[in-house]
Design a protein around this ligand. Structure first.
Ligand SMILES: [Zn+2]
Length: 272
């Protein structure tokens, strides 16, 4: 099918959908300049995740052997990457679809908060969110604003360079209970978050968008299967290929930031 026809058909399915749910992966963030973790040249290619506490950066600092140099570089790079990142046209198109009353929820493997910044309100972050802290004592979750996160990040890099562990503990003691907090992101070997809710959203959808995910990271990669088994139609958009060819109804190879705005424009035409 040629691309223009695929976009028209995708718009027609979206226009008719009663319950549209989107599922996004690293490809969507990459278009906002966020490096992927698992691809060649990605973060886990250049940094050893196990040296970094499997993703839980704070636990890596308190092992007694000092703060690894790579941890300082990693945090410093993440802070500057996130400071530069903003929602791309694909994120904004999803925000628009929610504003039009069409999109119900976004399930994402991304941890960069960009779907919320683009205006989506029901965002299920199965790998957590960098802009959220979790108290290690009482479990309370604390959302940070952009400036709050970045000033904390810059301060953290400074304290790490000075190996000031007391200062770091002070910096991350952010809960009202006085407890130390960690970043609320899912590290290696840790359970994913909100999976029952993600599965119920997938199973309750009648149209399921698969965006920029290669389906390599489980259990999130099962979500399209859940949607399919429950009777949903599936549309896949991915710049690097079609990874769910056996179950999708429409597959479009292209950047979500290029394709989604065109689809949304077409939906608007249908609704005029
Ligand atoms: Zn607490």
């Amino acid at each position: 099918m040629d691309e223009d026809r695929s976009i028209t058909e995708a718009a027609s399915l979206i226009n008719q959908a009663k319950c549209l749910v989107a599922f996004s992966g690293a490809g969507v963030s990459e278009e906002s300049g966020i490096p992927t973790f698992r691809d060649p040249g990605g973060l886990w290619d250049r940094f050893d995740p196990y040296e970094l506490g499997g993703g839980d950066i704070f636990s890596a600092m308190f092992r007694g052997s000092g703060i690894p140099r790579s941890a300082v570089d990693f945090v410093s790079e993440m802070v500057s990457v996130l400071e530069r990142a903003s929602p791309n046209p694909g994120h904004l198109a999803l925000g628009e679809l929610e504003g039009m009353g069409i999109l119900r929820s976004v399930i994402t493997q991304n941890i960069d908060n960009l779907h919320r910044e683009a205006g989506n309100t029901l965002v299920i972050e199965v790998h957590g969110n960098l802009f959220r802290l979790a108290c290690l004592v009482c479990g309370n979750k604390i959302y940070l604003g952009r400036e709050e996160l970045f000033s904390m990040g810059r301060k953290l890099v400074e304290l790490m360079r000075e190996s000031d562990l007391q200062g770091i503990i002070g910096l991350v003691s952010r809960c009202a209970c006085g407890g130390v907090c960690r970043l609320d992101v899912v590290g290696f070997g840790e359970p994913v978050q909100d999976m029952p809710l993600a599965i119920s959203e997938a199973r309750g959808s009648d149209l399921f968008l698969i965006l920029g995910t290669s389906g390599a990271v489980y259990p999130a990669a099962y979500l399209p299967e859940h949607a399919k088994k429950a009777g949903a139609k599936l549309i896949e958009i991915n710049a690097t290929g079609c990874y769910f060819p056996d179950i999708v109804d429409i597959g479009i190879i292209g950047k979500t930031g290029d394709v989604l705005p065109r689809v949304v424009d077409r939906v608007k035409e249908l609704r005029r």
